[in-house]
Design a protein around this ligand. Structure first.
Ligand code: CP
Length: 313
C-alpha cells in the first residue's frame, strides 16, 4: 500500500476504478487472514462520525467494528438530536464536524444524491474547514457501494474465476441500492447478470442485465442467486405477498444445486427465502456476507483515512 489516494470520498461504485475495487477486495481478504493472528494497520488518532438517517444493523455495526479494529475513534451522530433538526444545512453540519476535528462521516440517507451534492458545494466556493472523507453507507435506491464491495469479497472467496459466472438477482430491484451497486461492480468483472421480479419491482432503467420472465429462466446455469429484501418502507402500494411467495420465493427445492445463495439482509423470513433454506448449511453464505462486511469496510477505511492514503493502483 502506498501513494496518495486519488479519491477523497466514496460516493458510489462508479467513483471507483476497477483496479481500486480489486485492491479493496484483495486488502479485505488480506486483513481477514491477518485478523486471525497479526495486527491490521492503525488509524489511531482518526475520528469518524456515523450519520445514519435510516436504520441499520449490519452496515452501522460493521463500520463501527471496522473503525474500532483499526484503532480509530467512532461517534454516533444522533440525527434527531443534532442541529439539523433546527434547520442547519447539511454542508454546514459536515463542515462544522470537520472544524471540530472529524476525519470522516459515514453517511446513510434516503435522500438521493445527498453525498455528491454536499461534496459539489465546494464548486460553489464553499470549502471544507479541513480534509474530511464522506463515505456512502447506503443512499436512496441507487447506491450502497460498501455492500457491493463486501459481496464482491464473498464471491471472490467462493469462486476462483469470476469471468463468465452467472448471477441471478431476484426481487425488489426497483428499490434496491444493493442491486444497483452490485450490477455496476460485478459487470466489470465479467459476471453475467439475469434479473427476475414482478412488474412492480422491475426497473427498466437498469442496464447490462437480462430480464427474465420467471425464476426457472433466471436460474438456468446460475452460480450465484442473490435475493433482495422487499423494501416495505419505500413502497406505498400493497404487495401481493401470496403471489410473490408463489413466484419468487427461494426455497431448498428451487435453488440450483451448485449455486450459492446471497442476501444483503435484513431478510423477511418466509417471504424472500424460506426459513428452512436460511437455517440450512446453504443459508450460511448470508452470514459470511455480514462477516466480510467488517473486512471490506476496514479496507475502505484504510484507503480513505490511512496515513498513506490509497493503494498503489
Ligand atoms: N445490508 C444492509 O445494508 O443491512 P443494514 O440495513 O442492516 O445495514
Amino acid at each position: 500500500m502506498c501513494a496518495a489516494a486519488k479519491l477523497e470520498h466514496l460516493i458510489d461504485i462508479k467513483s471507483l476504478s476497477t483496479e481500486e475495487i480489486s485492491a479493496i477486495a484483495e486488502r479485505a481478504l488480506e486483513i481477514k487472514n491477518m485478523d486471525r493472528g497479526a495486527k491490521p494497520l492503525s488509524l489511531a488518532g482518526k475520528h469518524a462520525a456515523m450519520i445514519f438517517f435510516e436504520n441499520s444493523t449490519r452496515t452501522y455495526f460493521s463500520f463501527e467494528m471496522a473503525l474500532n479494529k483499526l484503532g480509530a475513534s467512532v461517534y454516533n451522530f444522533e440525527t434527531s438530536k443534532s442541529s439539523l433538526s433546527k434547520g442547519e444545512d447539511f454542508f454546514d453540519t459536515v463542515n462544522n464536524l470537520a472544524a471540530i476535528g472529524f476525519d470522516a462521516c459515514i453517511i446513510r440517507t434516503s435522500e438521493e444524491g445527498l453525498i455528491k451534492r454536499t461534496i459539489e458545494e465546494q464548486k460553489n466556493g464553499r470549502k471544507f474547514f479541513k480534509k474530511i472523507a464522506l463515505i456512502n453507507a447506503g443512499e436512496g435506491t441507487s447506491a450502497h457501494p460498501t455492500q457491493a464491495l463486501l459481496d464482491f469479497v464473498t464471491i471472490k472467496e467462493k469462486f476462483k474465476n469470476l469471468n463468465g459466472l452467472n448471477l441471478a438477482i431476484v426481487g425488489d430491484i426497483r428499490h434496491s441500492r444493493v442491486a444497483k451497486s452490485n450490477i455496476e461492480l460485478l459487470n466489470r468483472f465479467g459476471i453475467k447478470i439475469k434479473c427476475v421480479a414482478p412488474s412492480y419491482f422491475k426497473d427498466e432503467s437498469v442496464k447490462n442485465v437480462e430480464w427474465c420472465e420467471n425464476m426457472e429462466k433466471a436460474f438456468e446455469n446460475a452460480d450465484i442467486v442473490m435475493a433482495l429484501r422487499i423494501q416495505k418502507e419505500r413502497i406505498q402500494d400493497i404487495i401481493e405477498f401470496e403471489d410473490y411467495i408463489k413466484n419468487y420465493q427461494i426455497t431448498e427445492e428451487n435453488l440450483p444445486k451448485n449455486a450459492i445463495l446471497m442476501h444483503p439482509g435484513p431478510v423477511n423470513r418466509d417471504i424472500e427465502v424460506t426459513s428452512a433454506l436460511l437455517d440450512s448449511k446453504r443459508g450460511k453464505t448470508i452470514l459470511e456476507q455480514a462477516n466480510n462486511g467488517v473486512f471490506a469496510r476496514m479496507a475502505v477505511l484504510e484507503m480513505f483515512l490511512g496515513e498513506n492514503r490509497g493503494y498503489n493502483v
